[in-house]
Design a protein around this ligand. Sequence first.
Ligand SMILES: Nc1nc2c(c(=O)[nH]1)N(C=O)[C@@H](CNc1ccc(C(=O)N[C@@H](CCC(=O)O)C(=O)O)cc1)CN2
Ligand SMILES: Nc1nc2c(ncn2[C@@H]2O[C@H](COP(=O)(O)OP(=O)(O)OP(=O)(O)O)[C@@H](O)[C@H]2O)c(=O)[nH]1
Ligand SMILES: [Mg+2]
Length: 459
Amino acid sequence: MYIDDTIAAIATAPGEGGIGIVRMSGEKALDIAESVFESVNKKSIKDHNPRTLIYGNIIDDGKIIDEVLLAYMKGPHTYTKEDVIEINCHGGFISVKKILELVLKKGARLAEGGEFTKRAFLNGRIDLSQAEAVMDIINAKTDMSYNVAQSQLEGSLSFKIKELRNKVTELLAHVEVAIDFPDEDVEHITYENLYNKSKELRKEIINLYETSETGKIIRDGLKTVIVGKPNVGKSSLLNAILKESRAIVTDIPGTTRDVIEEFVNINGIPLRIIDTAGIRDTEDVVEKIGVQKSREFFESADLAILVLDASRELSVEDIDILENVKNKNTIVLINKTDLENKMDEDKIKEYIDEKRIIKISALERKGIDKLENEIADMVYKGNVSQGDSVMITNVRHKDSLERAINSINDAINAIEDNMALDFIEVDLKNIWDYLGEVSGDTVSEDLLDTIFRDFCIGK
Ligand SMILES: Nc1nc2c(c(=O)[nH]1)N(C=O)[C@@H](CNc1ccc(C(=O)N[C@@H](CCC(=O)O)C(=O)O)cc1)CN2
Ligand SMILES: Nc1nc2c(ncn2[C@@H]2O[C@H](COP(=O)(O)OP(=O)(O)OP(=O)(O)O)[C@@H](O)[C@H]2O)c(=O)[nH]1
Ligand SMILES: [Mg+2]
């Protein structure tokens, strides 16, 4: 693919900072840079060694805009494989904005989100899963999500997909030979061979697919909603987990009106923890909206933490919420265990597995570690992942693998039914295509646009 325009964007985060970077990529990057930059030694950019920082000024209409360091990287040995110019100017809002406007005036086009990385993909430096990993690195919330993304950027997933696709190619070759040179003996061996190899391949794809459950949580976080009736200590729990006084805590029921959302790292799992308004029937208009929101958040949660008050008897409201959570991923916390116990634990066990009932005191920060361990157990299901094996973290990849598995099931059924080899060939080609969606070998232009649109500007 030939790309002929030159893109520009601010690559650093907006705001006050020591240095800001304006970045350009494309055929005209060097010419545009030459037209706005004056090095102190008066030599043009191209007469300096590429990939060295050149000290000088950005000039517009004879006026100095900013004192900068400029780098010229000559394609194809660059991030995008095109000519790249980076201008390191002073940070803050104004300098970067002025320099960006100037290079746009000189013929560059404002880059779309992720467009530099998209070019790295289109120009063949990295595959699509690596490009997506770049974004995951930027968005990583814990060391573990970072490590998985880093390993994908290095090509761990690309390599695995290549390996799987090579196996499909081998199978296809067998099938094609048998189609081209029909012979009963050969055909018999082909079917048996195909059957065994297809089953091995299915196992391998399924193994990879199954990492996606944990993988998604490692990348996107576990949406965890704290629910319960008013005054049981939900906000106190949030504060205890965050180790800071984030939410307002009072002894007045109905204190929390809106949802409060924070990220916290629990044994490597990014937990999106959400404190909600206590659920009860109320005439207060504001509180009513809060209660409605609590219910909505609770519906879409990956994990519900139901808080009960140990110093009171189980009420109708508690039981009502218990009824709602019993079919979900739920942990029940019996809070305020520092006070005299009035809670009938046996009754709770009728709704929730005993293992998922934990006694805590949010006030004294007791039992929080037990809660954290239980969450980690639920996510890792015993097999603690360090995030160093090949892992599926991206829903798009998961969906493609699912399609590949369906096709290999079709192929295996076709072999079992002794169907004509042409049918099996079609299934195998589908597997090849679906696996190729992960690496980006077989994706449409539209899909690429949707994928890169979510990236940040300047990446
Ligand atoms: N200033 C700056 N910092 C940055 C980046 C950048 O583009 N600019 N990066 C990104 O945003 C990341 C670094 N990633 C990069 C990846 C590849 C190449 C590159 O030029 N690759 C060539 C040359 C390799 C070589 O010298 O052998 C290639 O692969 O052909 C550059 C940066 C992080 N830091
Ligand atoms: N003794 C004791 N008191 C607690 C504990 N946890 C919370 N409390 C107290 O219970 C009261 C209510 O706490 P909150 O955290 O505001 O309760 P909430 O569930 O968020 O209440 P709403 O926002 O109104 O739904 C406060 O007075 C807390 O200090 C605990 O473990 N032990
Ligand atoms: Mg509260």
